[in-house]
Write a protein that binds this ligand. Sequence first.
Ligand SMILES: [Zn+2]
Length: 249
Amino acid sequence: MKISTTMIEQVYIYAREIYNNNIEVDQAVKLLVNDYKWAEGSARGYINVYNNIRNGEKYTWTINGNATDYYLKNIYKDDGYNALQIALKSVKLHIDYQENIQTINNIIEIYEKFKNVVNIDKDIQTVFAEIDEYIKNIEPERRDVEYNKLIRNDTHIVRWLKEQFNNRCQFPNCTAKIMTKSGEYYVEVAHITPVAEGGMSTLNNLLVLCPNHHKEFDLGFRNIIKRDNEHIEGELNDQYFNIRFHENI
Ligand SMILES: [Zn+2]
């Protein structure tokens, strides 16, 4: 059976809704069969594979290359860096399972393509922890500069941070966006408890700020009213702010 792009788009939508507990499998299968000409068995197979992929599990049913590409692209778009990282683990398990079969060459190519987007070996927290370890051995007054240099050189981290913060300075109502020659936006990362004072790169200690707000945050009059794992609330040179640390987690 030829599976068209429209069919893939539709099975993706339903599989994601099932994964998020918004629709029952049987109901989705019925709609796919009636409205989009899916064969029932294939529809169930594609839905199951989506579920396996989201959970980082091995799947043994082969979905075609177009669908694999579409699933990965949209998992990244809809559910972000961490979801893509998990999805790629699943695709790798599938490839290993199928190792000798020529027909999945295109799946291997797709896997290699997405492997450049996220770091599949380490989660972001591990990468940050390694940077923190390295920074500890640098003289305190150079730590902030070194830190930002390291982060900017790690495309995975930059990509992840931008995704979390939508390419914008997190300070309320700041519209500063600096486009670099490479076409990427420039970001700076501020530590709330400074690196020089032992502040770590945990999610609740990081802010993405434009250069102006970064300097103001470091040098201005800062009064923290409340800080927990999700928010920081306070005043910076008399301007009130309430910032959520991470939007997508
Ligand atoms: Zn700003």
